[in-house]
Design a protein around this ligand. Sequence first.
Ligand SMILES: Cc1cc2nc3c(=O)[nH]c(=O)nc-3n(C[C@H](O)[C@H](O)[C@H](O)COP(=O)(O)OP(=O)(O)OC[C@H]3O[C@@H](n4cnc5c(N)ncnc54)[C@H](O)[C@@H]3O)c2cc1C
Length: 528
Amino acid sequence: MQREQMVQRLREQYQTQTPWDIVVVGGGATGVGVAVDAAARGLSVALVEAHDFGKGTSSRSTKLVHGGVRYLEQGNIPLVMSALKERGLLRQNAPHLVHDLAFVVPNYSWWEAPFYGIGLKLYDLLAGKYGFGASKLLSKDETLARLPALEPEGLIGGVVYYDGQFDDSRLNIHLAMTAADHGAALVNYCPAIGLLKDAEGYVNGLTARDALTGEQFTIHARVVVNATGVFTDSVRRMADASVEPMMVTSQGIHLVFDRSFLAGDTALMVPRTSDGRVLFVIPWHDHAVAGTTDTPVDAPSLEPRPMEEEVEFVLETAGRYFTRPPSRKDVLAVYTGLRPLVKADSKGEGKTSALSRDHVIHVDSSGLLTITGGKWTTYRHMAEDCVDHAITLGRLPDLDCATKNLKIHGYAEEPVGLGAADEHFAVYGSDTEAIAELARDPALAQRLHSDLPYIAAEVVWAARNEMAQTVEDVLARRTRALFLNSGAAREMAEPVARLLAGELGHDEVWIGAQITEFQTLTESYRVL
Ligand SMILES: Cc1cc2nc3c(=O)[nH]c(=O)nc-3n(C[C@H](O)[C@H](O)[C@H](O)COP(=O)(O)OP(=O)(O)OC[C@H]3O[C@@H](n4cnc5c(N)ncnc54)[C@H](O)[C@@H]3O)c2cc1C
């Protein structure tokens, strides 16, 4: 997947005066999912992303492919069933990226075992043939064997259940590559800056600007899909400045610790925090991730920052469950994501945590098709629904959805090449062999930092094949260095900038600017 080739595709399509079937605005889970669906059906599709693929919410999730135990409690059975089915399909289609994870709900009161035990049996039942493993009650000793760091004082036992885990921005990039493999043209660093309309006032394309070169593109399409998450309303306003906003935003933070805080391979699930939510502490890429929160915010931003009270809340809540409660100085990184939530009908009341996580398809009177809400887990189903609507709206050929059994880029049932030797390579799936080939050069086999497993060959791979353009692209989304250890990532900026400059043809001035820009960004990912 090479950026210059993608940009050239936009130019060529314009020169032939042929509209694309669909142009998608936004390169997060929702947008790339739509691009995969449309391309796999045989439709022509272009996608423009303002920043990098996955820069928004889609790189900042809790990393769970799940039905949502919490929605079960809210009685939203259809949402849970649909998400459990999607969980199963995603593991089937991207086994290199999605794996089963055991979760333990520890019980400190007598009523918790029957209460959560029954709830989680229902969760198993709703998964049907897409089940990941049967939940069961655990004795106190069995609970501590799974979670050795758990506070034993007052512990009665626990319940174990199974869900899925993934690497969100890696799946995002592999979906972009899947779409590209099926003929889609996807361009990062290319914001949509205006919508085009036909003589009757219906949206029939957009203008976009290449943020790296300044070149402007006119992209005509039969349907324009707005998949911009928390920025949904700003794109809707490009078509009609007077539209009633449909989105509200809430943010969630995660704290990342050394793996020793969660000894063992099992995740901890706290089913009811003091604010009535759930909190997870999960093993991820050899670290422990704790989160999340649900705090309403006024305006969306691409780089949200954690609030002091959110940091305190996660530390305090997680700390209650461990013999060695983590403190601020143990936080290796903090990351913050914004939920794109669709407003409730009754305005202005209730908490954002009570708003539906179902997805919404909305068509404005201008003909702009918006898809928003939902969850990472359900991106495929959302895309299917969206493209079905786009086919009707744009009078496109009525082609069937082809993604239920579509293998996602990198598909590999077992780790291959370096992936078999070092766990962190497994997420590359079948691409690992090509990275291993690059790593035959001793200079590229070098680790970039002693605290993280990433090697120089991954930077070169990301620049050549995954459209990485900046140090941030490499350290935040192609690898997960920034999300795992922001201090280590800061120290990796210079070698990564030099490797990228060599690949992309940049000079010393660019290298200096990239290092400064990335090191400034790391400030938002550390707790003071
Ligand atoms: C804290 C938190 C934890 C979560 N955990 C989970 C989880 O564990 N499991 C799960 O299934 N779901 C989870 N979710 C939900 C999931 O992450 C989101 O539903 C999903 O990532 C939303 O993807 P999106 O593509 O709609 O939005 P985004 O990822 O935000 O993508 C929108 C994109 O649009 C781009 N854009 C904006 N304006 C323009 C423009 N003018 N031109 C071009 N591009 C533009 C942005 O740059 C952005 O990249 C979580 C969400 C949060 C906030």
